[in-house]
Design a protein around this ligand. Sequence first.
Ligand code: ADP
Length: 261
Amino acid sequence: QPITTDMATLTKEIDKYAKDKKLEIETLKVREEYRKEFLGNVSHELKTPLFTVQGYLLTLIDGAQNDPKIREKYLNRANKGVERLIYIVRDLDMITKLEVGDLSLNVERFDIVELVESVFDLLEMKATKKKITLTFDMDYNEPVFVNADKERIQQVLTNLIVNSIKYGREKGTTEVSIENLIKNKVIVRVTDNGEGIAKPNVPRLFERFFRVDKSGSRKEGGSGLGLSIVKHIIEAHDEKIYVESEFGVGSEFSFTLEKAE
Ligand code: ADP
């Protein structure tokens, strides 16, 4: 077959090739930046609890172990630090899988009302410690079936409800409600009357490692990954997540799910 490519077509093709290559390089650059930033964050997050644990252990070695009361206190604190490290590593593992797209969803039909109730049961103790009431606002007392990955949605509910307790006020309330949205969607809301989030921080909540209180000294440390895990899971389902919050008044996190027949 004769080669019919004229000069103009050839130039066009070369331009397109160059443009594609440039885009490819840009994408690789962005990925590399992202990877560097992620690694930087990870080592920073691990350093704090590691130094805390080391601090307690060194003090014990330096003689504090001779006082049984102090010994017990410091060992417990060191253990808390190790617990925190375990949480961080577990969440990192999850987020890595979610971001690499390695985590396939296991979609099934299940009753979301029952799932909320089981998460309430698991978190009852945690809530009671802060005298927080967990309430379920339902129009009808009947099951609501959805199609989703049950285990992952349990994680979403757990992370949101744990946050509402952690950042909730003493004797406060966490309310979960489920409503029909459009024809084949439901919306699940988790509302608290806790400390709320200042406006400038709201758009950043789902970022990895973002925390309003940076000191990390707060009693209830988390990994700072909880909400980014939540967002990934909901987006993997092709669903939406929303947040509304008012500083000093409370917050509402909500997400959509596909209704099942
Ligand atoms: P963390 O491990 O710090 O709880 P998350 O990703 O779950 O990480 O949440 C990120 C930050 O968002 C928290 O550190 C907190 O400042 C804020 N936040 C999350 N949920 C709430 C809530 N219900 N009320 C107020 N602030 C919240």
